[in-house]
Design a protein around this ligand. Sequence first.
Ligand code: URA
Length: 419
Amino acid sequence: MSSEQISWLIKGVMDGSVADYQLSAWLMAVVLKGMNERETADLTMALVASGKHLDMSSIGTFVGDKHSTGGVGDKTTLVVAPLVAAAGVPIGKMSGRGLGFSGGTIDKLESIPGMLCTLSVEQFMEGVRKVGLVVAAQTPDLAPADGILYKMRDVTATVDSLPLIASSIMSKKIAAGANGVVLDVKVGSGAFMKTPEQARTLAVAMRDIGSSVGLQVRAVISDMEQPLGWAVGNSLEVREAVQTLRGRGPADLLEVALTIGANLLQMAGKASNVNEGREKLREVLQSGAGLRKLREFVANQGGDPAFIDDPDGLEPAPVQRELFAWTEGWVERIDAEAIGLASVEIGAGRKVKTDSIDHRVGFVLHSKIGDRVAEGAKLATIYAASDESASNIEPAIRGAFVMSPREVQPPLVVVEVIS
Ligand code: URA
């Protein structure tokens, strides 16, 4: 497609002259045929041009941002953003809702009573200036055309496409006006990129789009063979983020957060190298400054921060069903895509655009790949709206676990960093 054709299409999406069924046919054509580099860059800039392009220079310092390509149990933003902001690097971030089998930060944040993620440009800038941390959804102001494409892709099996993912992510990053971005490119069963080569190609494509508009980009390629952390499901993941900021979270989640955060600190000139960045973030974690920043951020966006001190501040699911190991051995595999699809099925994600989600439901894993478990040990807990829903989903969760009689090594959490 020529630049003009791409620009015409996105304008038509915005003014409604391109109908939903035409757009979904075009999205499927892109999934099947791909786009070349020039088309991907043109699509990105057409998405940016559908709204405003923020200018953060009035804030005066480096503003950072991060974005994940999508995974299962991926609550990294809720950990890394408060830590980095508390270490003195402001974060202004646009996030998405659940997409396909992957969860979305905005859905997670909206499980906090009162939390508002639809912000005006002024509220966005003010949050970065005053609190040093803002996370916002798409609005008519910021890359709104991506919001329309994103919703459509979520329900038409058109997520899994390198040019659509690259343009969706980079349009939001460019529109929000940060100086430097760390992309968390997920690889594995619960990611849209299934192999390290695909993940690297996506990372390089996004880095090059960033460079072409003067945006510093680094990419962390991280494992998504199994869900990240223990919790999958919106309010369950918010709870786990709080636990992590209290120093009691899962090791893989903390590792991804520290890697992304340390790179942001170095890009901002707050650390001379990544190791120093990690040390600074550990200090922020241990002093409780990260948790205090989360509280300040939630309150600034209208949320009730009571849940931070009171675990029941987020409404729990009425039914909790435990699943136990049927044999002893090592956990060899926890199919992240199967768990992600099960989370949509149980109500934590959407099947059609108008679905509302149940923030309370999801799963908590009690074992991860490489753990040795005894027969009868707890493997996972299902959080469901009803007994019937728990029973319907139980085979899928049980089937996601594969046990081995031989010792299994846990996967590498961070596969590679591309700068
Ligand atoms: N995150 C986005 O914002 N867009 C995608 O397409 C995938 C992940």
